[in-house]
Structures are given as C-alpha cells and as structure tokens.
Write a protein that binds this ligand. Structure first.
Ligand code: HPA
Ligand code: ZN
Length: 322
C-alpha cells in the first residue's frame, strides 16, 4: 500500500548496524573458500537453518563463528561494500556503523586490516558512513584498554565508541574507566543497554559511561522515572524491531513497544542491528513493524526525522539529507 511506498522512499539514517552482522551466508561461504577457512556448516542452507535463536547469546555464538572467515583487508571491504549497497537501495542516506575489532584481533588479524578495509568501503560509497568502534563487554576492561591503544593510530577513521555483546552480568559500569578515557579523547559515546538487561543498566550507561544514545533500550518502559528522563533529555534509543523478535526480547512483533516509546515522547529510531541474521535490512524493519503495530504516516515521518536528529552529524549536514 501507500504507507509502504512512503516508508521505503523516505530518506533515513541507520544508527545501529553491526557490520559483522551484515555478513550474508553466501558471502561467508565465498570468503571461507577464498581464505581456506573451514566452516562447521556444509552449505549456505545448513548455515541459514542454524539461525534459530532463543536469546542474545545463542545468536552471538553463531555471529562470532561467521566472522571467522574475515582475514584480509579486502574481506572487510567486501562485507562493508555489500552492506552499503543494500543501505543505498533502502534510501539510507547516512549510517553510523559498529565494528567489533576484538572479534578479529583475537584471531590474529591486525586492527589496521580491520579498520582500513571497512573505512575504505565507506569512502567509496555514495551513502554517508561513519564508524563506531565497539568493545565486547564479555571481555575485560583491560582488554578494551589494549584495543583502544591499538586503534588510536587510526582515530581519524572512527568517531565513536560503543559497547556490545553479552549484556546480562556485564553492566556498563564494568567499563567506567575506559569510557572516561574515550570521552577525554573526544569520541562520541553509545552503549547497548536494556535489550536483555534491566533498566538499571540504561541508567548506569547514562550516569557512569555518559553515553549520548542508548542502543536498544526497549526495557526502559519498566521504569516510569527513567522513561520520563529519556524523553525529557531527548536521549535517543536505536531500536531494532526484527532483532528484538528474533532474539525473543518480544515474542511477536505485535507485542513490540515501539509505539509506546514514541507515545512516551522518546526519540526512538528504527534500525536493522544484524540484518543478515535477523531477516532484513532497514526497510524490512520498517515494514514488519508497520504491519504489526497501529502506526501511521506521521509515525513513519517522525521515525525518519528522529534518525537524523539522533545522528552524530553537524546540524547543517543533517539538513542536506532531509
Ligand atoms: N546486542 C549485543 N551485542 C550485539 C548485538 C546485539 O543486539 N548485535 C551484535 N552484537
Ligand atoms: Zn546491536
């Protein structure tokens, strides 16, 4: 219908995409062959069939296994170029891309290889694209510090710092010192919080890490005071509807709280998270959400506007995309 066409043609910004989560099974197999990496799955179909997740950890195990085929700078380039091409098709005009260096440096891939490959693809794309280096929260703060040090020679190639991986049991405050350092260095700061973890993690992400946006954050509605604060302080949430359903944060899309978040006055945005694993890129997330929830044209326009207002871009540059 008409709403779908409008949603697809709206200029949008994507603020929550893990580049390793854009690696499609076909590309995983092609890179495995190119690099002589042995996979635990015999075919694309077999791998895709394993994408039946029960929670965040069941996904992360397969996501890190998929990333094991990435070895050369060209691999990182090809992965990123493929994502940016899909983003362009969905009328994504600007994207802020997470990458997880520790997933690769732990396998002996130099951080320069990772950053140069991803960054070069961003420069070659017509889509405006910037990078957010994310620390893996299941690893130690010391490991995050070591990663920051290795990445600092390339600091002109990423503008933000994030926090992802297994949330429960790894609260934001575990990374208080390294985030303080990154803040001193002038990076934009974000963190995943309130996806599987409690609202208290959203609060410590804000108060201890001093992040500017919350990734996911959907559990904020369990705390009325926090909900009010997020709205009042205009702290954006980068919501990922298909991800939330695939990882059983909500049992069905009909139960997703995106509309309640918007009605509470929160600057919510729609994003794809790990599109190759969760069944769709940007527009698929919009379409699935709009089919399941009583959202209309004004909500679509609001979500698109929110995506640019929450982007780490100078105001003047945001105007250009609208
Ligand atoms: N949550 C935490 N870590 C992640 C995610 C997510 O949704 N996607 C990739 N790493
Ligand atoms: Zn995420």
């Amino acid at each position: 219908e008409q709403l779908r066409t409008v949603v697809q043609q709206m200029p949008k910004a994507e603020l929550h995409i893990h580049i390793e989560g854009s690696l499609e099974p076909e590309l995983i197999f092609a890179l495995a062959q190119r690099n002589q990496v042995k996979l635990a799955y015999g075919s694309v179909e077999e791998l895709r069939a394993a994408y039946a997740f029960t929670d965040l950890q069941s996904f992360l195990d397969i996501y890190y296994a998929g990333a094991s085929v990435l070895l050369q700078e060209q691999d990182f380039y090809d992965m990123t170029a493929a994502y940016l091409k899909r983003a362009e098709q969905d009328n994504v005009r600007h994207t802020e891309i997470f990458f997880d260096p520790q997933t690769h440096t732990a396998r002996g891939v130099p951080i320069k290889t990772v950053i140069d490959g991803i960054h070069r693809a961003c420069q070659d794309s017509p889509v405006s694209a910037t990078l957010i280096l994310s620390f893996l929260r299941h690893l130690s703060e010391e490991d995050a510090f070591a990663t920051l040090e290795e990445a600092l020679p390339y600091r002109d190639k990423y503008m933000g710092i994030g926090l992802d991986s297994s949330e429960v049991g790894n609260p934001p405050e575990k990374f208080a010192r390294v985030f303080a350092k990154c803040r001193e260095l002038g990076f934009h700061l974000v963190a995943h919080a309130g996806e599987e973890g409690p609202p208290a993690y959203i609060e410590t992400a804000l108060d201890v890490l001093k992040v500017e946006r919350i990734d996911h954050g959907v559990r904020c509605l369990e705390d009325a005071a926090l909900t009010g604060r997020l709205a009042r302080e205009r702290i954006a949430l980068t919501v990922c509807p298909l991800s939330n359903v695939k990882l059983c944060v909500f049992e069905r899309m009909e139960q997703h709280n995106l509309l309640q978040l918007l009605d509470a006055g929160i600057v919510a945005t729609v994003n794809s998270d790990d599109p190759a694993y969760f069944g769709g890129y940007m527009n698929a997330n919009f379409v699935a959400t709009f089919e399941a929830l009583p959202l209309g044209l004004s909500h679509a326009q609001r979500l698109a506007r929110n995506s640019f207002s929450a982007a780490f871009l100078p105001a003047q540059q945001k105007q250009k995309f609208l």
